[in-house]
Design a protein around this ligand. Structure first.
Ligand code: PLP
Length: 438
């Protein structure tokens, strides 16, 4: 009871700041999701470095939330900060409506780890997905898209849809939608390849947009053969396959695309690649690029609908180039994944020790506790197994003792700067938390 209602740690300055912020920030937060933390008010942070965050009261937290992946590089990684300072202070110029060489370096770094040759930049992963869907409709001349239930692609109108007992409906939180996603979108369960087959043979679909594994309703891994068959069905029906790597980049150096051997027509990504600086990107295959450029040349397409004044700015692309080259190295991923395996071992040992009927699911450097004996197969299963009270219990148990997990579910992410000591801090607390329950 106590753990699920309020912070018991001393956070009076955050509470005070929240009282003030409610007078000028809608709901007291600069972005609505920041109110999702359990505890009645968000912790206001003062500073953040590597794997740690300090709050206004001087509490220090080991941060496994890492900005819900936006800070997977760790907070203010040295190489990114140097590149940002060099751009802003030494060279000068952030927004110029002219390309910089850093943009070339950033795109080259993306091409070096994802199997697509051409890239452009946006300000967020949401924008990257919106533009990828526009391109797909343009190229195919088809209007509908297919997504998987509880796959999340940002606040993109067409992807704000889930299956509710087999019936498509707008996702909770779809505030004032511009379009009804049940008109624009076909939605099926992840891992249900028969449903994909039926959908692609029934409807004219421009693109399938999917994460390689679901990561926003807990982690749901693909079953063997799912992605291979998905690729085959897309090729057979000339449907474009768009892989959203925004969260699954945590799977390894080349993301889940490399881990699962995927062969997408487009990739969308954002969050972590800028080392915390706002940025998104989309990559396209040779065939997609050729078609888009030919259409532009023939004046069939005016690309005014796929851009943004601040997109591709010199600051964002300098951050991407530095983060990919110096922070997310092969060695860094090996360390992150290794630590996450140790984290997983700690969690499963605790479940075993106390006979808790729970499990953990891990994809590379990202892990989630599940309050079910075995992992779910799709988004619907995952949503119906959710236990909000248990989620809150673990969030607050951890936050009250100096460990932050992702607030939307019990997910932890390792940064290149996460230490074994950080993981052990979590393991010890986690054992206590499970022990108090069982
Ligand atoms: N794609 C995936 C897989 C995501 O998880 C998210 C955000 O959580 C997005 C896209 C959208 O990212 P952003 O909110 O930074 O635009």
């Amino acid at each position: 009871e106590r753990e699920t209602s309020i912070f018991s740690k001393r956070t009076s300055k955050s509470k005070e700041a929240f009282e003030q912020s409610r007078k000028v920030l809608l709901g007291g937060v600069p972005m609505s999701w920041m109110s999702k933390w359990s505890g009645g008010y968000p912790i206001f942070f003062k500073s953040a470095r590597d794997s740690k965050i300090s709050d206004l009261d001087g509490n220090i937290y080991v941060d496994f939330c890492l900005g819900d992946t936006g800070a997977m590089a760790g907070h203010s990684p040295g190489a990114t900060v140097s590149a940002v300072i060099e751009r802003v202070r030494d060279k000068g110029g952030i927004t110029t409506m002219l390309p910089s060489l850093d943009a070339v370096n950033a795109a080259s770094a993306l091409s070096a780890r994802f199997p697509l040759p051409y890239w452009q930049f946006t300000l967020s992963a949401t924008d990257a997905n919106r533009f990828a869907l526009r391109f797909a409709r343009q190229i195919t001349g088809r209007s509908k898209v297919l997504v998987f239930s509880y796959c999340y692609h940002g606040t993109v109108d067409e992807s704000f849809i889930v299956l509710d007992n087999g019936v498509p409906r707008s996702r909770t939180g779809n505030v004032g939608p511009a379009v009804d996603p049940t008109d624009t979108t076909v939605v099926v369960e992840f891992n249900d390849i028969e449903a994909v087959r039926r959908a692609l043979s029934t409807y004219e679909i421009a693109a399938v947009l999917t994460e390689p594994a679901l990561t926003n309703i807990g982690i749901v891994l693909p079953v063997a053969g799912f992605h291979e068959e998905l690729r085959r069905l897309c090729s057979e029906t000339s449907t474009l396959l768009i892989i959203d790597e925004t969260h699954t980049f945590s799977a390894g150096y080349g993301g889940a695309t490399e881990l699962f051997g995927l062969d997408p027509d487009m990739i969308t990504i954002g969050k972590s690649i800028g080392g915390g600086v706002p940025v998104g990107a989309y990559g396209v295959s040779d065939a997609v690029a050729e078609r888009l450029l030919a259409d532009q040349e023939a004046d069939l397409v005016d690309t005014g609908g796929v851009g943004g004044t601040l997109a591709g700015n010199a600051l964002s692309v300098a951050a991407v180039a530095a983060t990919l080259e110096h922070v997310f190295t092969k060695e860094a991923f090996a360390k992150m994944i290794d630590l996450c395996a140790t984290f997983e071992q700690g969690v499963t040992d605790a479940f075993f020790e106390f006979g808790a009927p729970f499990c953990a699911v891990r994809l590379g450097a990202r892990i989630e506790y599940r309050f079910t004996p075995s992992p779910p197969l799709n988004g619907g299963e995952s949503a119906s197994y959710g236990d909000d009270l248990l989620d809150q219990y673990f969030h607050l148990y951890m936050a009250n003792r100096g460990v932050l997990m992702t607030p939307f579910h019990n997910m932890a992410l390792m940064a290149p700067t996460t230490t074994l000591e950080d993981v052990e801090t979590h393991t010890n607390l986690f054992k206590e938390a499970v022990g108090e329950l069982f």
